[in-house]
Design a protein around this ligand. Structure first.
Ligand SMILES: C[S@@+](CC[C@H](N)C(=O)[O-])C[C@H]1O[C@@H](n2cnc3c(N)ncnc32)[C@H](O)[C@@H]1O
Length: 297
């Protein structure tokens, strides 16, 4: 059978399952099964598919029709110019979070560096990535700043395994260390207290009421621990705000992705905490308040 015929069948199946990006997803899945790209597929529409690959494609289309994230099926997600491995058990990195990386890099470029941490970090700027998931933010920071040492923390073992794998896949093992545990806890004893130049975090920040309204693709497939920010969504963010000043050097910067309804709350929180100098909430490409940037005094 030709790829063109299978592709139109796959597109129709995904469309009738309500997948908004049916054609694009069908192309990506077909290209993946054939070991080519979407461009390769369009340049060679008469490519044929043998029975085994046809069955593999049908299985992927069925999974996608059940709303499983496309990135889980492809086994990869693009983020900040990197290709990261992802799959069940880990949050799929989102384009919005690339702004967190940019803010962290700008703060690193801007801030006159304080005393650097000891151990493997000696002489290098240091970043923390809390709630690292796939390791997306940690890897992007290390990829963009060749002198940067990054410590990444993840509480869920399944997600931490993806972070470890991505650090290895991208050859960043010499500068990115993945630790398993709760926020700052696994960093104790590493000589990092009061010495970090930047702390970045994309924590779970959805309120309980929002969790119930998520599209199936997110709510039924991505890990709840990646989404659930407690009753009003601020539980983990608040703990990060409380803990970060102990780990930042004077003048160091905290950047945190937040829910679009949390801007006023977080500005007030920063304004009321004498350990922070300034707090700015930046908007994302949709115009929603999304990224807190706060400097430690
Ligand atoms: C929204 S995801 C972000 C993942 C990744 N940073 C990204 O932007 O793609 C939040 C991550 O935080 C992890 N997490 C939740 N609570 C945590 C905690 N107390 N300590 C460490 N990690 C936590 C979740 O397991 C999940 O992987």
């Amino acid at each position: 059978m030709t790829a063109r015929i299978l592709l139109s069948g796959a597109t129709a199946a995904l469309r009738s399952a309500g997948i908004a990006t049916a054609r694009q997803d069908a192309e990506l899945l077909t290209a993946r099964v054939l070991g080519t790209t979407r461009l390769g597929l369009s340049l060679e529409p008469r490519l044929t598919i043998d029975a085994a690959r046809g069955n593999a494609l049908r299985a992927l289309v069925e999974r996608r029709a059940r709303q499983e994230p496309l990135q889980y099926l492809l086994g990869e997600a693009e983020f900040a110019g990197l290709t990261l491995g992802v799959g069940p058990g880990v949050f799929v990195p989102r384009p919005e979070t690339e702004a967190l990386v940019e803010r962290a890099l700008a703060a690193l470029a801007d801030g006159s560096r304080g005393p650097s941490a000891g151990g493997p970090s000696a002489g290098s700027p240091v970043a923390l990535d809390l709630c690292t998931g796939s390791g997306a933010v940690a890897c992007a920071l290390a990829d963009r700043r060749a002198d940067l040492v990054v410590w990444a923390v993840e509480r869920e073992p399944a997600a931490a395994a993806w972070a470890h794998a991505n650090v290895a896949r991208l050859g960043l093992g010499g500068r990115v260390t993945v630790m398993e545990g709760d926020l700052f806890a696994p960093l104790a004893g590493q000589g990092l207290a009061g010495r970090c130049d930047v702390i970045a975090a994309n924590p779970p920040y959805l309120a309980e009421s929002t969790l119930a309204t998520l599209p199936a693709e997110v709510g039924e497939w991505e890990p709840r621990a990646a989404l659930d920010g407690g009753p009003d969504g601020t539980q983990v963010v608040a703990r990060i705000l409380d803990g970060a000043p102990d780990w930042l050097r004077p003048g160091g910067t905290l950047v945190v992705e937040i829910g679009e309804d949390q801007g006023a709350w977080i500005r007030a929180r920063i304004a009321g905490d004498p350990r922070y100098e300034t707090g700015i909430v930046h908007r994302d490409f949709r115009g929603c308040e999304r990224t807190l940037e706060a400097r430690r005094v």
